[in-house]
Design a protein around this ligand. Structure first.
Ligand code: ADP
Length: 495
């Protein structure tokens, strides 16, 4: 639990903010301490120099000459904690007065340090800090006095810095207490702010945790801050994608169930028929040559139907898994011309017209395109009158080259392709397709209500196969039909 708290975003935010605040307070404290210390040292040095300068040069000359009267006047002129000494040009220190509060030896600098101030043109004063007894810091100032005609000497005044340092430490302690109080206040304020800031995030987590397959349509509400709003937006688009995928998956499952049921149903019909004929034969029809022949013929028909159905199913299953095309450069015009005798034979007495505007070569699987043409052509045969039926096959490169046709049967303009494509149309003057059936004709196992499909041996897979094959060629297939007038199937293939 404690480990969980340590890893929480809330804790990291709080500890990070407090660390930053502490560092800022520490930096401010250090800065203030350094500035104050410098200021106090400088004012201690100035104070000493001012006190020495306040005493007239004659008094100093007298003291340097050894006058005891002049020396005895000093306590009235200097503070009690100032120690005094004179330094002669040889660097010899002559103590004059000790600090009344700290009667200890007067600090002495090296003779080189003293010599520097005697050098002609050098600065007439100097101040610095030395470490006295017990490691206590002392401020020392030196002032050059006297005149070259008489004698030049240095006055050295020194005082302990402890009183000023005590002030400094006191103010540092006060600052430390203030900083602690600020930190405490910071903890409380940050905790409150972080809790308020993260409350919508917790709300989002709770809403998301409650979601399941049944509530995928729920969405997170808009948030007040930009960042959380874009997070909610991202979650919402993820939920939309999930919902769509879920619906698609459901639809796919339903389609699969429908497909399996339809396929079983379609397979059962010829199998039941076969079984029936076998029973008839076993019951004695086998002895009767006429009955036997008729039963065997029917069984042959049913088995052909079964084989076709299984082959169609296999082809669709293969294209669903991975469409395999053996592409080659081919001319559809040549393909149609080669197929013409076969098509005329299939059509019987129906009129067959080929209108070819050679669109050139395309890369395609010839075998599959042949099947597309055959499926569409066979449908045209099935749904047209055997005597008055008329079927037209049109091949062109663009819309402009197509046959002028009955205006009702013209495909909608919006369906027209933009890039140049190969157009193949199979038109018939058959029974047409009702507007209710039209959107479903490419579905697997779909048969029009009044269709003669079953009697004709149709499986309801012909157009589904056409669509699979055309789409494998990155093309598309569309249909337009007017009931009682005829139907146009159009295949568009990229050139
Ligand atoms: P089938 O094997 O039953 O012909 P299809 O997939 O080829 O299966 O066709 C599906 C349905 O579309 C048919 O049952 C029929 O109702 C309708 N159909 C297809 N082509 C035509 C056409 N040229 N004229 C009228 N109806 C058609």
């Amino acid at each position: 639990m404690a480990w969980k708290v340590l890893r929480s975003f809330r804790f990291k935010l709080l500890s990070g903010s407090l660390l930053l605040l502490s560092l800022l307070l520490l930096a401010m404290g250090l800065f203030e301490y350094t500035v104050m210390q410098g200021y106090l040292n400088r004012s201690a040095a100035t104070n000493l120099k001012d006190q020495i300068r306040a005493i007239s040069p004659q008094v100093w000359d007298q003291i340097a000459a050894g006058s005891p009267t002049a020396q005895s006047s000093l306590p009235k002129l200097l503070g009690p904690d100032v120690a005094l000494a004179l330094v002669n040009p040889a660097g010899m220190l002559q103590p004059i007065r000790r600090d009344e509060h700290h009667p200890h030896p007067i600090p002495s600098l090296s003779s080189e340090q003293y010599q520097v101030l005697f050098a002609p043109g050098s600065k007439p004063d100097w101040s610095g800090i030395t470490l006295g007894e017990n490691g206590q810091r002392e401020m020392v100032v030196l002032l050059r006095l006297g005149s070259p005609e008489k004698a030049v000497y240095l006055v050295q005044a020194s005082t302990f810095l402890k009183p000023t340092e005590d002030i400094l430490h006191e103010s540092l302690a006060v600052y430390g207490l203030g900083a602690l109080a600020t930190l405490l206040l910071g903890v409380l304020t940050f905790r409150f702010l972080i809790r308020r800031l993260l409350a919508p995030l917790s709300g989002m987590v709770q809403s998301l945790e409650k979601m399941d397959a049944g509530t995928l349509q729920d969405r997170l509400p808009p948030q007040k801050t930009d960042e959380l709003n874009s997070l909610a937006h991202s979650f919402n688009s993820l939920l939309t994608r999930l919902e769509t995928a879920f619906v698609r998956e459901k639809e796919a499952q339903q389609a699969l169930r429908r497909f399996v049921a339809d396929a079983s149903h379609e397979l059962r019909t010829p199998l039941t028929a076969l079984h029936g004929f076998l029973e008839v034969l076993l019951l004695g029809a086998v002895e009767n040559p006429e009955q036997r022949h008729s039963a065997l013929q029917s069984m042959h028909m049913e088995s052909e139907r079964l084989i076709k159905l299984v082959n169609d199913l296999l082809l669709l299953a293969r294209f669903d898994r991975e469409p395999t095309l053996i592409r080659e450069k081919a001319s559809m015009a040549d393909l149609l011309k080669t197929m013409e005798p076969e098509l005329r034979l299939l059509a019987g007495k129906r009129s067959v017209k080929l209108d070819i505007h050679d669109p050139g070569f395309i890369s395609c699987d010839k075998r599959h395109l042949k099947q597309v043409i055959l499926n569409l052509f066979q449908n045209a045969i099935h749904y047209t009158d055997p005597l008055t039926g008329s079927i037209t096959l049109v091949l062109a490169k663009s819309e402009a080259e197509l046959l002028p046709s009955n205006s009702d049967l013209r495909l909608a303009k919006s369906d027209l392709p933009r890039a140049p494509v190969l157009l193949l149309e199979v038109r018939d003057n058959g029974c047409g397709i009702s507007p209710e059936d039209l959107p479903h004709v490419f579905e697997r196992f779909f048969r029009g209500e009044k269709s003669r499909s079953r009697e004709q041996g149709g499986t309801g897979l012909g157009l589904a196969i056409v669509r699979s094959l055309v789409e494998a060629h990155h093309g598309r297939v569309s249909v337009h039909s007017v009931l009682g007038e005829g139907t146009v199937f159009r295949v568009e293939l990229p050139l």
